[in-house]
Design a protein around this ligand. Sequence first.
Ligand SMILES: *[C@@H]1O[C@H](CO)[C@@H](O)[C@H](O)[C@H]1NC(C)=O
Ligand SMILES: *[C@@H]1O[C@H](CO)[C@@H](O)[C@H](O)[C@H]1NC(C)=O
Ligand SMILES: *[C@@H]1O[C@H](CO)[C@@H](O)[C@H](O)[C@H]1NC(C)=O
Ligand SMILES: *[C@@H]1O[C@H](CO)[C@@H](O)[C@H](O)[C@H]1NC(C)=O
Ligand SMILES: *[C@@H]1O[C@H](CO)[C@@H](O)[C@H](O)[C@H]1NC(C)=O
Ligand SMILES: *[C@@H]1O[C@H](CO)[C@@H](O)[C@H](O)[C@H]1NC(C)=O
Ligand SMILES: *[C@@H]1O[C@H](CO)[C@@H](O)[C@H](O)[C@H]1NC(C)=O
Ligand SMILES: *[C@@H]1O[C@H](CO)[C@@H](O)[C@H](O)[C@H]1NC(C)=O
Ligand SMILES: [Cu+2]
Length: 602
Amino acid sequence: MPSSPAPSTALSALFFRLLLLVVVSPALSKTVTYNWNITWVRANPDGLFERDVIGVNGAWPCPQIEVEKGDRVVVNMYNGLGNQPTSLHFHGLFQNGTNVMDGPTAVTQCPVPPGMSLTYNFTIDQPGTYWYHSHHKGQYPDGLRGPLLVHDSASPIKDMYSEELVLTLSDWYHQQVPTLLKKFISYTNPTGAEPVPQAALFNDSQNTTLAVQPGKTYLVRIINMAAFASQYVWFEDHSMKVVEVDGVYTEPYETNMIYLTTAQRYSVLITMKNETTSNYAFMGSMDEELFDTVPSSLNPNVTGWLVYDASAPKPAAKDVSEFAPLDDFLLTPIDGEKLFPEADHVVTLDVMMDNLGDGANYAFLNDITYVRPKVPTLYTTLSTGEAATNPAIYGVNTHAIILNHLEVVEIVLNNQDKGKHPFHLHGHNFQVVHRSAVDAGLYDASDPSNPTMPAVPMRRDVIQAPPNGNVVVRFRADNPGIWLYHCHLEWHLASGLAAIMVEAPLQLQANTTIPDDHKAACDAQGMPYAGNAAGNTVDLLDLQGANVSPPPLPAGFTARGIVALVFSCISAFLGTAVVVWYGMREVPKDTAAAAAAAARRE
Ligand SMILES: *[C@@H]1O[C@H](CO)[C@@H](O)[C@H](O)[C@H]1NC(C)=O
Ligand SMILES: *[C@@H]1O[C@H](CO)[C@@H](O)[C@H](O)[C@H]1NC(C)=O
Ligand SMILES: *[C@@H]1O[C@H](CO)[C@@H](O)[C@H](O)[C@H]1NC(C)=O
Ligand SMILES: *[C@@H]1O[C@H](CO)[C@@H](O)[C@H](O)[C@H]1NC(C)=O
Ligand SMILES: *[C@@H]1O[C@H](CO)[C@@H](O)[C@H](O)[C@H]1NC(C)=O
Ligand SMILES: *[C@@H]1O[C@H](CO)[C@@H](O)[C@H](O)[C@H]1NC(C)=O
Ligand SMILES: *[C@@H]1O[C@H](CO)[C@@H](O)[C@H](O)[C@H]1NC(C)=O
Ligand SMILES: *[C@@H]1O[C@H](CO)[C@@H](O)[C@H](O)[C@H]1NC(C)=O
Ligand SMILES: [Cu+2]
């Protein structure tokens, strides 16, 4: 090729601009590395009780993960707890191509035992507000959780505010999760009354103050990191404009109050007043309808203040007469993603609570209560070739549902329980295409009175199913992986309210390998990482030895009979205090009366 003449000034200017573009381009992503030693630390966030909490590098609250869209995140995690295994899950991230980094134990990895390390390594191509938390046996309410923020230079909302703030919400327990779980899943708690928290927190604390500047508009990223409690949130005399829901930008929607179930997030714009003379309370209030009994000592509220003038008083919060939060169904994603056409695959799941033969109360989807398999489900997929498309090899109690690559999936969730259940799907967000009123019963797709589905449905990754009602979501199976679908109330996940989406298993096999440190975590505990749910690598259809739920109640005994029997024993041995503590209100009247009569006879 002949050598070209010296470039013209115009050309060199163009070259320079291209160079500049490359330099400032958001495509130039970086790796953000965190070295985390997970250890116990002491804390007293509600001012009522000091206790051990799980922190990072000797501190609690845990640090914030903060990156730009496109960045790679590396978390080198060392389990310094000494007495418990752990894991990390990055809530809401699709982990597209990195299913192995998703984090739920028994699903995509073995628990990391004390004294061992594991590296999480993945890129993030989604903007917005997320969080991370332990995903091992209900552990995160003991403290291992924090915000994960993904900034985005191309954000459609970036010109609408001048500063960002983060506000986390939580419930708080004085006892540790293993103790609470032992009491919750027990024949002494046959009604399945969930542990009730002792306090509500803002930013893992209370009485938080936010110094604000008059006239300025802030983006407040609100994250509910609770174990159990939803919260109503409002800022006195300031309205909010919702602009993001669970990582999805929305058309601004003005409201005075929002409701966040555990694991949900909202970003809201708040414009400050021009006057600087007074300060204003902002409030969180736990949804007490979730609690079977409300102890008289419980303050469900937490207060913070927008501080315009540090020398002015912080006024007490005013009571609101009713909770009237925004209906999230009304939000519209800015990207305009249209309603998926008719689903290729409808998955209908019915939520129920019932007692099993051990007398404890369990949660069921279609009569199956989730039990952790011996082999993490991802490892079963990766080690079983063509058989990976056969749900039987995953074992009955993992409740594996096979999804075909790229099909449109509809999940119809019929909540036949009187409680509220916020359901979360890993690896995706979903279009919320129908949500019934409370007590509407089962979803009937052919009911002519169903409202027309929204043309551009709201999308998020956690949606609450109404009591005795239903919710219908759709998504495209465009992310091969083993994705947990579960109620995000930690107590219900522990009592089995989960199923596993085995999405495009053959495509997943084609490009996944198990990192050595993940295998080492299994090896250290003698846990297999190949074979069916029982660890059988020879006969994949032989599930002998697989983990299964307790047997049903003995023949001739009804659930109510067992409940009455157990209640009579408790009343006889321990007195009525225990009964009240575990939620007398849950027991049907005739059962309670029978139990009382039995107790009197003894
Ligand atoms: C983690 O922290 C614990 C407690 O401070 C300390 O004993 C241990 O050496 C630390 N380990 C690592 C790998 O940093
Ligand atoms: C917050 O303030 C209230 C009311 O003064 C007080 O009862 C509570 O203990 C405070 N919380 C903390 C964590 O200091
Ligand atoms: C993270 O993964 C990338 C891509 O596979 C790899 O190049 C890099 O070395 C990994 N980093 C660490 C710390 O493991
Ligand atoms: C909450 O904590 C974050 C991170 O430490 C901080 O940026 C933010 O201002 C705090 N928010 C409130 C309301 O205190
Ligand atoms: C505050 O002052 C600015 C500039 O004078 C004005 O545009 C804005 O409407 C005022 N805001 C409020 C809430 O009154
Ligand atoms: C909590 O806030 C609600 C709503 O304002 C109010 O009705 C209730 O009385 C408050 N409870 C306590 C214990 O302050
Ligand atoms: C995952 O990546 C594939 C290939 O780039 C893409 O087609 C798909 O939409 C992605 N799925 C999700 C949930 O991000
Ligand atoms: C993963 O495997 C599938 C099926 O073989 C292939 O089509 C796809 O391109 C692969 N994706 C990546 C990111 O390598
Ligand atoms: Cu639930």
